[in-house]
Design a protein around this ligand. Sequence first.
Ligand code: HEC
Ligand code: HEC
Ligand code: HEC
Ligand code: HEC
Ligand code: HEC
Ligand code: HEC
Ligand code: HEC
Ligand code: HEC
Ligand code: HEC
Ligand code: HEC
Ligand code: HEC
Ligand code: HEC
Ligand code: HEC
Length: 454
Amino acid sequence: MADIFKSQKDSKLKYMFRKISSLLFVVFLFGALNVLAQTDSSKKSCADASCHGNLVANEVVHDAIKRGCEKCHQSNGQEHPSKGEKNFTLTKQVPQLCYSCHDENNTMSHVHPPVAKGACLECHTPHSSPESNLLKKYPTAQVCYQCHKLESAQKKYKHAPVEKGDCAKCHDPHQSEINKFLIKEPPALCLKCHDKQNEQMSMAHVHPPFQNNCLNCHNQHSSNEPKLLDMTSPNLCLYCHEDMQKKIEKATTVHGALTDTRSCLNCHSPHASPQNKFLLAEPKELCLSCHNKSISVGTRKLANIEQTLKKSKSVHGAIEKNGCTGCHDPHASSNPSLLLKAMPTGSYAPANKENFGLCFTCHKSEIIEKQTTSSITNFRNGEKNLHFVHVNGDKGRSCKICHNPHGSPNDHLINDTAPFGSWEMPLKYKVLENGGSCAPGCHTERKYERVIAK
Ligand code: HEC
Ligand code: HEC
Ligand code: HEC
Ligand code: HEC
Ligand code: HEC
Ligand code: HEC
Ligand code: HEC
Ligand code: HEC
Ligand code: HEC
Ligand code: HEC
Ligand code: HEC
Ligand code: HEC
Ligand code: HEC
């Protein structure tokens, strides 16, 4: 309780102090002006409370007034006050009157029409005002709204300085060398308040429209979309990235990461990033930030890839070298599992290199084409190519029956089990000197031993 009283008392004291100091100023004026400006017969000061005291009663009094009313007003010699008659004229017409003390503010390439017309008093009051800059209304926006009906500032989400009515934080009310009387050209205009974006400007990878002009995506005053955006993602992005739009339209599968509300912003910064392509994180980490759990898609349950990799004895060299995008398209694809090239969805497919096109973007297709070899694959018995044996004819076994494309707890990416009908058949793969063995449910333990080329 005591605290509340204290703070109330504090602000009351401050209030009293302000009142007293403005009162003192009026008293000071009263004295000064008595000497300076006694054209009236009653010998009262012009700023006397019973006369024009109200003109100087506001918090901020025009400094010009300290120099006397007659700096601006001159008597026409008539008795003052005299009812219904004007006894004073201005020493000069506005704006020349103002320019006799202030620099001319109509000299630049873009002059605001009311300033060009010399209509200072459309916005200013000559005597005193409750806040600085001697405006007729506060906040500043109220002055502007006298003439501008600004639809672009009336939408759902308002930019903080617009909400506060601080139009002059961005516009010079008088003149500018820049279009729309801006104080600076965007993006510099925006960066003077937005430090974080200022730092982003010097990152290794900067999105060209960000560098060019913030207004490519944001509205300066207000918007019906959050973050003052013209549109939400993905439309915002696809508006310029037409190729991506076409790709998505053509594809049979669009990545789930693109279809939620954040869409492109799940992976890309719209501004800049230390990563190539403005990615939000190192590419592999980015993928694993979502694929660190099993994800349900309709009746399918997608594997937890991070867990697969953690449990692996060896991770596929493709992932170690190129992350995930050596095989997957991060956006959309007409191949299953967003793959860049063809791969059979089931366990079997006719044995030709097109059907396994994905693997053969990096590996040699001879491993399924040559019946005998002493070099092209280690999966051979003597010189008999066992890849050729297994991936053969119309019902060639798919690579993924034996290999996990991501990683496995065994050597050579060999799976623990292979699907056989509805049965997950254990492979029990072992590495032997110059070969290996497996003891799957479909045949007894078999070994292969390479003949080493001399
Ligand atoms: C910086 C110049 C300036 C000074 C100094 C100044 N005035 Fe004014 N005054 C004006 C202008 C400009 C007008 C508006 C004239 C018009 O609207 O045509 C005005 C108008 C007036 C009016 C007409 C009523 C009104 O509210 O607009 C009165 C009364 C007046 N001034 C009194 C004073 C008194 C008293 C002082 C000294 C305490 C004073 N002025 C000092 C510039 C000044
Ligand atoms: C006799 C000289 C004189 C005349 C005439 C004069 N001013 Fe001023 N004005 C000053 C001085 C001195 C200041 C305070 C220093 C400064 O800000 O430049 C000032 C300050 C101002 C300010 C800023 C107030 C603030 O809160 O910072 C505005 C706005 C202004 N004048 C407008 C006008 C307008 C409009 C006219 C014409 C109607 C005018 N002045 C005529 C001397 C004058
Ligand atoms: C369209 C409205 C408008 C008109 C017309 C206008 N002003 Fe201003 N003026 C402002 C606003 C708003 C500010 C405060 C700017 C800020 O907050 O930085 C200001 C500030 C000022 C200042 C103080 C700051 C500075 O720029 O030095 C002076 C002096 C001034 N005006 C003089 C004039 C004179 C003289 C005229 C007429 C030739 C005039 N103004 C016409 C709106 C106007
Ligand atoms: C006395 C009337 C009046 C006041 C008050 C006024 N303006 Fe203006 N302003 C105009 C006129 C007239 C134009 C030129 C016609 C137009 O483009 O709307 C203009 C043009 C502009 C433009 C350029 C518009 C364009 O599309 O090129 C901007 C920006 C602007 N004003 C900002 C302001 C701001 C900020 C304020 C308040 C500090 C303000 N105006 C107060 C009359 C006014
Ligand atoms: C954050 C900076 C900023 C603030 C604050 C701001 N503006 Fe603007 N305003 C701009 C920019 C930038 C443009 C130019 C847009 C363009 O080039 O298309 C503009 C354009 C305008 C225009 C002309 C086009 C239009 O959008 O209608 C007017 C009039 C205008 N502003 C008035 C105002 C008024 C009035 C306020 C205060 C309520 C205000 N502005 C506050 C940055 C700002
Ligand atoms: C006078 C300072 C100032 C200027 C100049 C300025 N802003 Fe802001 N802006 C702010 C403040 C304050 C906020 C609210 C706090 C925050 O989110 O940082 C804000 C918020 C924003 C937001 C986020 C809105 C939200 O809903 O979170 C965007 C986007 C933005 N500004 C863009 C711009 C652009 C574009 C420009 C240049 C045309 C600009 N700003 C110029 C002060 C400014
Ligand atoms: C290519 C479009 C684009 C451009 C150009 C752009 N922005 Fe953004 N900006 C966005 C998007 C999209 C968001 C929302 C990001 C989010 O939600 O993660 C955003 C968010 C913001 C925010 C809110 C900050 C936050 O972290 O939430 C600010 C402030 C901002 N932008 C300022 C700027 C400034 C300043 C510029 C110019 C230097 C600029 N923007 C240029 C698209 C853009
Ligand atoms: C105003 C147009 C515009 C908008 C809006 C836009 N971009 Fe861009 N973007 C460009 C331009 C121009 C380039 C550089 C040329 C290019 O590589 O296509 C670019 C480049 C890129 C690149 C790098 C392309 C490459 O091959 O290196 C990515 C990634 C990107 N933008 C993502 C986005 C995302 C995400 C969004 C939405 C938040 C977006 N862009 C919105 C114009 C835009
Ligand atoms: C799941 C994360 C992710 C999402 C969501 C995402 N991207 Fe990408 N994007 C990437 C990655 C990773 C790359 C880099 C691919 C590479 O290096 O081969 C990339 C590259 C790009 C490129 C460069 C050209 C290309 O095709 O490689 C553009 C343009 C682009 N993205 C735009 C977008 C747009 C627009 C959206 C939203 C519709 C979006 N991205 C959504 C991860 C994503
Ligand atoms: C923001 C979360 C998120 C990020 C980041 C993400 N994904 Fe996904 N991903 C999903 C979701 C949700 C699904 C399941 C929905 C769908 O695609 O049908 C999915 C599905 C997939 C699928 C299976 C598609 C299918 O239909 O079988 C692959 C492959 C995939 N993502 C790869 C990647 C790669 C590669 C990256 C990194 C470039 C990545 N994801 C980043 C959320 C994400
Ligand atoms: C060497 C190529 C290759 C690389 C590199 C690769 N993948 Fe895959 N990925 C595949 C293949 C092939 C499939 C389809 C497996 C299947 O049909 O069972 C697949 C399937 C997926 C699926 C769907 C799993 C499911 O249960 O249907 C996800 C999610 C996925 N990958 C994510 C990733 C992520 C994340 C990375 C990077 C850490 C990555 N992939 C790297 C080839 C690759
Ligand atoms: C983006 C290139 C790329 C693609 C596509 C690719 N791989 Fe690989 N693969 C590698 C790299 C790199 C290695 C590491 C050894 C090397 O340098 O040859 C490797 C190694 C392997 C190994 C040997 C592992 C070991 O420990 O001996 C197997 C098995 C393998 N890949 C199977 C596949 C299968 C099956 C596919 C198709 C689903 C495939 N790869 C697609 C790049 C790729
Ligand atoms: C019947 C199981 C099986 C099938 C099906 C299979 N592989 Fe293999 N693969 C192996 C074994 C076992 C090894 C390990 C050989 C060794 O080093 O002893 C191997 C090794 C590899 C290697 C390492 C280099 C080499 O050839 O020794 C690559 C690459 C490879 N396989 C790719 C593939 C591709 C691509 C497919 C599908 C077109 C495929 N494999 C199908 C069992 C299989």
